[in-house]
Ligand binder design. Structure first.
Ligand code: UDP
Ligand code: MG
Length: 324
């Protein structure tokens, strides 16, 4: 097997300060890889700073640089998808552009790829976030893994390598509200996680506020599980049981004990509690409905403003799965 051509896919949103360092480290890693030509595909996600300018400059100097500039900010997962849609290598490495994902891990990914794995993802060995956020991540990944219909790996982010046939499957999936690490697991084939320390952001602060992070978590949950929908039925069933039991008691109290149960406070509590439960699950249904609506509209996931590519992409032979 000749050494695979590697495409690195990176989404960038206002990363002008970290970009030169990212380019330097990525180039150093790619220079050290056998085979080639390799490429770096940067999706500029509507940056408002000099990110695009720096990318243009980089593309002029280095023909391995491909730039996909989106027409506005579409968000991390959409930008990642855009980058992935423009890779042409035998394997694609997804990574963040803030150097939280160390490019130096790529050779280790490739090693496992050569052993026959189609997906090699980084398992976060060491996090540098505050303890409460780490705790949330810990809970979330475990809760999601329990509820999901697909086996989702624990503590794995998007950072990782995928073979061309996995990329082809992701491209075939028109799913909105993408949760790429989940889709990647869904694609199947042989997958393995290797521990990679997650460093601190090279500069600036995370573009993911807490609400966006919760948003991504919910995308993961709603895209890979219908447990929240079933939970409504479960809670409803329990409420009906409780109500039947109470009705039986009320009847017994009336006919045998000759007194009617009292309790205005209990009544108010039950009414407010059950209306709360009702509205909560209405909201849950709404989440799914909203996602169905978004999906039905079938707008493109992103709009490309411009692609800068100095070297024509190599002719695409179909991935091995399609040949066999
Ligand atoms: N990013 C993007 N579009 C956005 C937000 C972020 O392309 O709307 C990029 C960002 O430039 C970075 C990566 O996605 O390369 C991860 O973002 P960030 O570091 O802010 O997220 P975190 O590491 O905190 O999850
Ligand atoms: Mg980051």
């Amino acid at each position: 097997m000749s050494p695979p051509r590697v495409s690195v896919a990176v989404p960038l949103y206002n990363e002008e300060h970290g970009l030169p360092e990212l380019l330097r480290r990525l180039r150093a890693v790619l220079d050290g890889l056998p085979g080639g030509p390799h490429e770096m595909v940067f999706a500029n996600d509507g940056s408002a700073d000099r990110t695009l300018e720096l990318l243009e400059e980089a593309a002029r100097e280095d023909e391995r640089v491909v730039v996909v500039s989106l027409s506005r900010n579409f968000g991390h997962q959409a930008a990642l998808t855009a980058a992935l849609d423009h890779v042409s290598g035998d394997v694609a490495v997804l990574m963040d552009g803030d150097l939280q994902d160390p490019p130096e891990a790529i050779p280790a990914f490739l090693e496992r790829y050569r052993e026959g794995y189609d997906v090699v993802y980084a398992v976060r060995a060491k996090r540098t976030e505050p303890w409460w956020l780490r705790f949330c991540y810990f809970l979330f990944y475990r809760a999601l893994a329990r509820m999901a219909q697909v086996r989702l790996p624990l503590d794995a982010g998007d950072f990782g390598l995928m073979s061309r046939r996995v990329v082809a499957e992701l491209r075939r999936s028109p799913e909105r509200h993408r949760y790429l690490r989940g889709l990647r697991a869904w694609a199947g084939f042989r997958q393995i996680g290797i521990p990679v320390a997650r460093s601190e952001r090279y500069q600036g602060s995370s573009k993911y506020g807490f609400t966006k992070l919760v948003g991504l978590a919910l995308d993961g949950l709603f895209a890979f599980s219908t447990v929240p929908l079933r939970a409504a039925a479960l809670v409803g069933g329990l409420a009906i049981l409780a109500s039947a039991a109470f009705a039986a008691y009320a009847l017994y109290a009336k006919l045998v004990l000759h007194r009617s149960p009292q309790g205005f406070t209990a009544l108010i509590l039950v009414i407010t509690f059950l209306s709360g439960v009702n509205l909560f699950f209405l909201g849950v249904i709404g989440e799914y409905l909203g996602r169905v609506y978004e999906q039905v509209k079938a707008r493109p996931l992103y709009v490309v403003g411009r692609v800068i590519r100095r070297r024509p992409p190599p002719p695409q032979t179909p991935p091995p799965s399609a040949v066999a």
